[in-house]
Design a protein around this ligand. Structure first.
Ligand code: ATP
Ligand code: MG
Length: 348
């Protein structure tokens, strides 16, 4: 059979970008795939690559589990688990660290956008060694994050990985690492994982700076719609979303990134094509009516998710038992792969 794996960091409540870029796909795959084992992971080890308050992290992990189930992750059809409860991720990561050139990681763009802004410019213009020497704040974990991500995928010998477009570069790296490992040991232990990316919502942009992606870790909460936002918050955030001074509504991501992003979100919420979303606003002048309709559309989508989140918040015993069972299933599968890997490299 086929194996699917995907993950999300417990760095906050998921937002509309996570939902339409990844989670919506997670839920659909459960319904459409037969003879497939699906693993969905709350990747808490990855969260440590940026500073975390332990109390907040513990709470965020639980909230993330609840949010995923409320979005439709069905634990009868997929294995939902916390990454740090499956030690084989970190163990395989070490083996992969030993075959991954630093040069490959230096070409990744995500760590460059997550280091402090004062170090960001230096990072864009120099090679990894210079950065490591000149950038005091660059931690090993943040730099090597994609290797752990490769381990997350390969430890389940996953064939397919549903992701948003921002993760394409990391997935390609995972394929290179997998194929390098296979060649090194002369055995096809890892299938080369393929990405599954939604077409129209592959990258939802920030509401404040529509040229960067919407992110959980953006300091400005006004930049995103969290799945837990109240109708009032949603209205306020959309009303203040960056657009432009042109009065009409048209879709052109390069010249009108703000309006185009809002149109993509509207189309996703209404489950229609972007072209049809544009058509429904042809007679509208100014952005006010469009923004009000968009806010309403978002509120409609989030309503049922939020009532399910509220319900699950009162079922903490159930949530614990789901995560416990998920960890057991994930560990069983991961242990099999790690045995083969340890044997292939000569540790067993
Ligand atoms: P962080 O800022 O902490 O990295 P994030 O918002 O980028 O958080 P992740 O947990 O890193 O979220 O990613 C979870 C999934 O959501 C990944 O598959 C990623 O590709 C997808 N994703 C994240 N942001 C967006 C976005 N703005 N548009 C579409 N997909 C996204
Ligand atoms: Mg991210």
């Amino acid at each position: 059979g086929t194996t699917i794996l995907s993950g999300i960091q417990p760095t906050g409540v998921p937002h509309l970008g996570n939902y339409y870029g990844a989670l919506d796909n997670w839920v659909k795959l459960q319904r459409t795939r037969r003879n497939t084992t699906i693993f969905y992971s709350i990747v808490d080890l990855h969260a440590l690559t940026i500073p975390q308050d332990p109390k907040v992290l513990r709470q965020s992990k639980r909230d993330m589990a609840i949010a995923l189930m409320a979005c439709g992750v069905d634990v009868k059809q997929s294995v939902l688990f916390e990454q740090s409860r499956v030690p084989q991720h970190a163990e395989l990561c070490w083996i992969l660290n030993c075959i991954t050139p630093v040069g490959w990681l230096s070409r990744m763009t995500q760590w460059k956008s997550k280091i402090s802004s004062s170090n960001r410019d230096a990072a864009k213009h120099s090679d990894a060694i210079t950065i490591a020497a000149s950038t005091e704040g660059l931690r090993m974990g943040l730099f090597a994050y994609p290797v752990l991500q490769a381990a997350d995928i390969l430890i389940y010998q996953a064939d397919e990985v549903p992701i948003g477009e921002d993760q394409v570069q990391h997935l390609e790296l995972a394929r290179e690492i997998a194929s390098t490992f296979n060649k090194t040991v002369g055995e096809e232990i890892f299938p080369l994982p393929k990405s599954i990316i939604p077409q129209s919502t592959k990258r939802i942009m920030s509401l404040r700076e529509p040229t960067s992606k919407m992110s959980k870790s953006d300091d400005n909460d006004m930049s995103r719609i969290n799945l837990s936002d109240t109708p009032e918050q949603i209205k306020a955030k959309i009303a203040r979303a960056t657009t432009d001074s042109e009065r009409s509504i048209s879709y052109d991501p390069s010249s009108r990134p703000g309006v185009s992003n809002l149109l993509a979100i509207y189309a996703a919420c209404k489950n229609i094509l972007v072209e049809d979303a544009v058509k429904s606003f042809t007679n509208v002048s100014g952005h006010k009516q469009f923004k009000e309709d968009l806010a309403d559309a978002i509120i409609q989508v989030l309503g049922p998710i939020q009532s399910e989140m509220n319900r699950l918040h009162n079922e903490s015993g159930y949530v614990d038992s789901v995560l416990e069972k998920g960890a057991v299933k994930a560990r069983n599968r991961a242990a099999e792969t790690l045995d083969r890997v340890y044997h292939a490299v000569g540790l067993r």
